[in-house]
Design a protein around this ligand. Sequence first.
Ligand code: C5P
Length: 242
Amino acid sequence: MGKDVIVACDFDRASEMFDFLDLFRDEKPFLKIGMELFYEEGSFIVRELKRRGHKLFLDLKIHDIPNTVRKTMMVLSRMEIDICDVHASGGVRMMEGALEGITRLDGKRPLLIGVTQLTSTDQEMLENELLIRMPIKDVVMHYAQNVKKAGLDGIVCSPHEAAEVHKKFGKRFITVTPGIRFADSEIGDQRRIMTPAQAKEVGSDYIVVGRPITQAKDPVAAYRRCCKEFIDKPKTKVTKKK
Ligand code: C5P
């Protein structure tokens, strides 16, 4: 399992996505697309990004009853994605359903990870809005335990939890960490943040970086800076020409 920077492409039109990708000449970043682009463009966008040679995290954060999740994951299993996710708060049975659905007949499947607590959630919100009166770290660790029990590959969590997650669940249980900001960039709505270099220190496997790259004056330079801080050099080199 290699370390990599995943660029969160929170665009809602394919044309914006392609304009952004056209800036990259020498690298093929690992991309994450989310609900807004997928709901607008559907499976076309997945096929097109794969055709262009990108690795892809389809971040739909699925959460429903186990049967619906299993059937939804069967649909996703027909797409060539590399990572997909469900909300761990859906429970162990739901996650087991997700794993069953995403696994193709030949046994192959993308990485399947569980979202523990969103990095925009802080202790106050957890207690006052969600009525979960426990330290956020304990909640994340408990959800991680459920993710592991269901047989998934790892979790999405804040980089602040990555070291403890690896200590408790092992190095092979992967941590995908959003909430990444350069020391000199805007925090926005994120709460529990770290720089790419700090995320490397604590052992994150993948960092997910959105606005610090997509909204930068020079997105390619920002992507390179991330890679330099987190992995020294870009992992996902050009594989196919558009
Ligand atoms: O722009 P920014 O770097 O904050 O983007 C972070 C990305 O990671 C967004 O696409 C957001 O949906 C996603 N994410 C998150 N926290 C989670 C899971 C996913 O911020 N726990």
